[in-house]
Design a protein around this ligand. Sequence first.
Ligand code: AMP
Ligand code: ZN
Length: 502
Amino acid sequence: MSLLGRLNPFSKRNADVPSWSTQNIPPLQFHNTLSGQLETFEALNGNVKMYNCGPTVYDRQHIGNLRPYVFADILRRTLNAWGHSVTQVINITDVGHLVSNADEGEDKMEKSAKAQGRSAQEIAAEITQLWFEDLDLLGIDRSKIQFPRATQFIGEQIALVQSLEQKGYAYTIKDGVYFDTSRFSGYGKLGGVNIAGQQAGARVEENEEKKSQFDFALWKLSKKKEKRQQEWNSPWGTGFPGWHIECTAMIFKLLGRQIDIHTGGIDHIPVHHNNEIAQAEASTGKQYVRYWMHNEFITIEGKKISKSLGNTIYLSQLIDRGLSARALRYLYLTTHYRSLTNFTWEAAEAAHTALHRLKRSFFELDLIPGTTADKNFVEGVQAALADDLDTPKVIALMWDLLKNPDVPPAVKRASLLIVDRVLGLGLTEEAKRKDITVQAGAVSMTLSTGGPVSVEVTKLMEEREAARESKDFKKADALREAIELHGYALEDTPAGPKLTEK
Ligand code: AMP
Ligand code: ZN
């Protein structure tokens, strides 16, 4: 094959990844937080409309925060594999999310801006970019997703608050406009929030003007002493939107007044999502979301990962330790999205090793064009995914398949590729890259075996070259170790560094 042919990642030989037929595919069953039960998924119209609550971009997203996006990605890929087209939106919260996660305290963006002596917009742009890089590394295809920012939809949010006010669902007090939950009979229906019990045991409300502790801000008025950077004129005075209104306003604008799926972490159930339901359904008089789906937390030593506990770990730290980003994805997928998962470095390293072994085994399998996947395996995978996205089961089935002596290697290969369209562990992309000489900036990497070079290793190689150029040999040595942890031997040759799989 010519050099050009080898450099073309879309060369015909590797381009066609097989897909399965959606005939006789089992119906998808999802756990709906609204009913607390498994329900058969049916799309409202042909196209599935899905919204995932996104990051508040005052600070970097940690490995707990990243779980919801991998979960949403698996969900989208599964829907696609069942023949549905999906319109997916993930919002970016760049205003209005207060430190209390309720209506009191500073705006997280303003607080961060003050602490860093920078503009809120600059911080939002930087954190969003870091988050995007993490999504790319985790194998989430951003080109398929819309990412609206709350500050771009201020007009829509004001209009929605006005319509709630006109319908009698809102009242104005000294510090802003509030939603009157007593007017909305189904308040608290998501996740069975026990209003009566909570009212009885409620602590003294900080804002005594509120009619009920459950009423929530739709629009907050700026306080002079706050000296806010982000504020807008409104019919009620200068201020900023409450945290919950952005999601509903953006959903109405980008997806419509009724959507199929809405997701987020479980912490959003009691307040944020119940408030979204109240304001949306009060406004339209019809069901807002048909399927609410929530992921459990990632913990460390049994504690929720959070900045305030000081136990945050970022994806970049895994990469610095020589682990691949896809290993984190693999780790997430080895537990069900509704199970609490405790992160340990041992588990991350084990996930990295397992994924490396999976890829190695995959590349040892023969490629015979036109080979179809193993029927039993595919049916097993479909049944597992249809059962509320049982990814741990799918991974177990992949390993069983590799060990099965009765399945020919080419069939194993075709089967794994099909499943990777949903799991996104990187087999698909790397299958396309097989036999490619990778040109990474000034670094030319040739794998003696013609195997894949992952994005992480490419990055580490580039960093090592930069370190060597600036004569930082200590750093270059550390980077060599990180590269070798990925399973490569590294040799510096006159033609450039050369990687060999160990
Ligand atoms: P935030 O940027 O705080 O709004 O969070 C972004 C997303 O991460 C939300 O869907 C949260 O529910 C979710 N989340 C926050 N902490 C964790 C955690 N430790 N594990 C899993 N999900 C989390
Ligand atoms: Zn939201």
